[in-house]
Design a binder for this molecule. Structure first.
Ligand code: IPM
Ligand code: MN
Length: 355
């Protein structure tokens, strides 16, 4: 690839405080990378009178990847474009414990798994309405023992699981497990959903996973009902390698996974489409610590590592990853969420010293 271009959206709240030094760190490491700054949110409004003007979309489309800071407001439109507009179907959220990270686990050693969250359907299709709209369907409620439409004034939400999207996300997960196995990891895919209570939707997700597992005899495969899985994740996270989940369970359990390794300040992510990807921390905009220069930039830096890997810059990615690992191992420049007293800038400086 010729010199890549990355579109940077700094986000809101405390997110820019993590994004700016990370971009600086990456550009020092890889000076050939070009950076563009699509006018999104406040800058979009100031320059073009819109939180997400066409100019911003074009810059995202022209770039090789987008680096996205967490949003709590105006940049949300950009997030909708990056996920649903660009159909980034696989939301990859690694949970790897680094020695020195403030985990609540007594035995965190060897925790290194990845949640692959389906990113385009499930309850996220956003189809909600009044129960009475369901009248014509004549569907019975299993629990209320009467027609759903007659359960009283109330609302419903639609959960959609398609075969095609399930196949795509499961295949993605098995391919990821193959690559991880080559790199010395376990080579196991764990699929989880609530297939006992939702035999049609979550049952389909599980069935598709079972079918595709047969195509990958070298990868171990297991399925658990999601409540059981949640306990297993806490009790024995080391047993996990690649975990594939429908959208909502993936949303919830990826925060739990972050909690296991030491908090949201540590959790990176990448959302991948067929020919497009963007990268963001799992955490939100953290408005409570805005302006204090104490946000933990690790999630952002490690999202940058995933982005470098996506761009094929494996050596540089490994360098940054190593540097972050060293800073935690030494434990002298950690941010308050990790029990330290360092500022965001001091943490980043410590990382740069190990590059
Ligand atoms: C996440 C967030 C988003 C989600 C919100 C901001 C829509 O919680 O990225 O996990 O629910 O997917
Ligand atoms: Mn979430």
């Amino acid at each position: 690839m010729s010199a890549p271009c990355i579109a940077v959206i700094e986000g809101e709240g405390a997110a820019p405080e993590a994004m700016r030094p990370t971009v600086e760190l990456l550009s020092n490491l890889a000076p050939d990378i070009n950076w563009s700054f699509p006018p999104v949110g406040k800058t979009g409004t100031e320059k073009y009178g819109s939180v997400f003007p066409p100019e911003a979309r074009e810059m995202i489309d022209e770039a090789d990847a987008t680096f996205f800071g967490a949003t709590s407001g105006p940049s949300g439109v950009a997030l909708a474009y990056l996920r649903w507009g660009r159909q980034t179907f696989a939301n990859v959220r690694p949970a790897r414990w680094l020695p020195g990270c403030a985990t609540p686990l007594a035995h965190p050693e060897g925790t290194d798994f990845v949640i692959v969250r389906e990113n385009l359907e499930d309850l996220y299709v956003g189809c909600e309405g009044d129960l009475e709209q369901l009248e014509a369907l004549e569907m019975m409620s299993l629990t209320a023992r009467k027609p759903v439409a007659k359960m009283g004034p109330g609302k419903f939400a639609l959960k959609v699981i398609t075969r095609e999207e399930s196949e795509r996300i499961v295949r993605f997960s098995f391919d990821l497990a193959c690559r991880r196995k080559q790199a010395g990891k376990r080579g196991r895919v764990t699929c989880s959903s609530k297939y006992n209570m939702l035999p049609q939707t979550d049952g389909l997700f599980r069935q598709v996973a079972e079918e595709i597992a047969a195509e990958y005899p070298d990868i171990e495969f297991e399925t658990y009902i999601v409540d059981d899985f949640a306990r297993r994740m806490v009790a024995e996270p080391q047993a996990l390698d690649v975990v594939v989940l429908p959208n909502l369970y993936g949303d919830i359990l990826s925060d739990l996974a972050a909690g296991l390794i030491g908090g949201l300040g540590l959790a990176p992510s990448g959302c991948y489409g067929e020919d497009f990807a963007y990268f963001e921390s799992v955490h939100g905009a953290a408005p409570d610590i805005e302006g204090r220069n104490v946000i933990n930039p690790t999630a952002t830096i490690l999202s940058g590592v995933m982005m470098l890997e996506y761009l094929g810059r494996f050596e540089e990615a490994a360098h940054v990853d190593q540097a972050v690992t060293q800073v935690y191992r030494r434990g002298r420049n950690l941010t308050p969420d990790q029990g330290g007293q360092a500022s965001t800038a001091e943490f980043c400086k410590a990382v740069s010293r190990f590059l």
